[in-house]
Design a protein. Sequence first.
Length: 194
Amino acid sequence: MKQIVLASSSPRRSDLLRQIGIAFEVVPPDVDESQYSFDGDPAGTAERLALAKAKSAAGRVDARGRLVLGADTVVLFEDEVIGKPKDAEDACAMLQRLAGRSHRVLTGFALLDPRTDRAVTAHEWTAVSMRELTDAEIRAYVDTGEPLDKAGSYGAHALGAGLITRVEGCFYNVIGLPLARLLMTLENFDDMAT
């Protein structure tokens, strides 16, 4: 399998690629995410943002012979996009909303061949149910610092795993990359790219 350029500074995405044996180089993208609105079409927006990240990284490195992977993960609760918390109080408020309820996690990703500018975009949805949480449990979790850089204010791969009671769909999607779909897309890139 080809080596790829990962257009993300997320350590979780790097860990996931290592887990499935994909060789990669990290090149963080330079994209103003605030220019993208998820209203009305969150899946399409996540794919467009992922492609913008891939293009940004491709322009910052010699990517010849390699595909560039961009991704964007968002949490949706009652059709509202919940991003990363602004601070600890915002993280507590997010977790109070999610506690005892279900929400959806969406990851859009893009694979780009910089030589031809051909790309494939895709997305994956996963439903996540969270257990009831007391205010003290939420505060103790937020005080660990783990939720402060994560969409939805929790990390399913670490301490936040103890908040989750059910996952329907790809678990790895919740962490940041739908691995099975990504592998299939990599294998079939030449047939799928437009």
